[in-house]
Design a binder for this molecule. Structure first.
Ligand code: PHE
Length: 339
């Protein structure tokens, strides 16, 4: 007959170093012919007033033994081998760390370039009302310019709610809530109702910029963008501006950067033009300034907006936009950065 205390101290002093020990432990204590089973059998010899207490104590021992056994098994599985045979000279197990997403790398680079010259970073909601996404930006209701940005509407009615089609909506919020001088960029995800293909997606990422102060001119815009292009694509980068149209800027332009692959000579990436389109820009339309509570006689400003996917595609020569959101580790692990 084994005493409760005796079994308890045997459980505690038993060392389990490998699978063989674990099995021995199981047979000795937990198995159908084990010591604990033996204690349960003794219950019938115990006087009725002691039965309950004794039963509880055996239950406690059973739990103790099972816990010790399970922990040891888990430990043996984790180390993959018998503890007694651990080879301390073996190289460690490689803990693979993730890498930054290429779009995050490029976004961080763009943020870095602009914060260096005094731009702050502002963010806003992805679910936006019609005022901030369209009306404040001089897109009147029913104006065909709204069709330029195929919109996912969430709620139609008096105040339409939609997924923002650009982060210009964040700039409206900044203008409404602060006084010039304003110098800010707004990175973020935007949505457009487009069929998904190698060249278009129903969501993408932008960085838009806004600078408002006294006497801001088109020359400031051009020089800021040239600085940006040189920082991002290298000292040799050149830019050219082509006239364009946006409801919220006047005049407006599309900006091309000289192709960094052929140095402007012409190749299949730049379609033999020597130039790659990277962003849209212009002088903020006075109507927009007034809509956002800024005196357009006192202040002027410029704005620009670019797609992060587009820049990342040029930088890393990614030819299918869908790669960015498919979570294929073989694609994602190719990108490294220090920011
Ligand atoms: N909001 C424009 C777009 O998403 C980009 C842009 C921003 C153009 C600022 C000019 C000035 O297409």
């Amino acid at each position: 007959m084994s005493s409760l205390e005796g079994v308890a101290s045997e459980i505690n002093s038993f060392t389990i170093n490998n699978e063989k020990d674990a099995e021995e432990f199981r047979i000795k204590f937990i198995g159908s012919k084990g010591l604990i089973k033996g204690l349960y059998l003794e219950l019938k010899n115990i006087s009725p007033d002691q039965k309950k207490k004794f039963g509880q104590q055996v239950n406690g021992l059973k739990l103790l033994a099972e816990e010790k056994y399970n922990c040891a098994k888990e430990r043996l599985i984790k180390t993959g081998s018998n503890i007694s045979k651990v080879d301390l000279t073996k190289p460690g197990i490689d803990e693979s760390v993730g890498s930054r997403h290429p779009l995050s790398i490029v976004r961080n680079e763009i943020i870095d370039i602009f914060t260096k010259i005094g731009f702050s970073v502002s963010e806003g909601p992805e679910i936006e009302d019609e005022w901030h996404n369209f009306s404040a930006l001089n897109f009147p209701p029913e104006h065909p310019a709204r069709d330029m940005q195929d919109t996912f509407f969430i709620e139609k009615g008096e105040q339409e709610i939609a997924l923002r089609t650009h982060t210009s909506s964040v700039q409206v919020r900044v203008m409404e809530n602060s006084k010039p001088p304003i110098r800010t960029i707004s990175p973020g995800r935007v949505y457009r109702n487009e069929a998904i293909s190698a060249r278009a997606h129903c969501f993408f990422h932008q960085v838009e910029g806004l600078y408002i102060d006294k006497n801001v001119s088109f020359a400031d815009l051009k020089q800021t963008l040239l600085y940006f292009a040189k920082e991002l694509f290298g000292e040799k980068a050149q830019i050219r501006l082509r006239p364009s149209y946006f409801p919220f800027t006047e005049p407006s332009a599309e900006v091309d950067v000289s192709c960094s692959i052929c140095n402007g000579k012409g190749c299949n990436v730049c379609k033999y033009t020597g130039w790659l389109e990277i962003l849209g820009c212009g002088m903020v339309d006075p109507t927009v300034l007034e809509s956002c509570g800024i005196d357009s006689h006192e202040y002027s400003g410029f704005a620009f907006g670019m797609g992060i996917e587009r820049i990342s595609q040029l930088k890393y020569k990614v030819n299918d936009l869908r790669m960015y959101s498919e979570n294929d580790i073989r694609f994602l692990k190719q990108f490294t950065s220090n920011i």
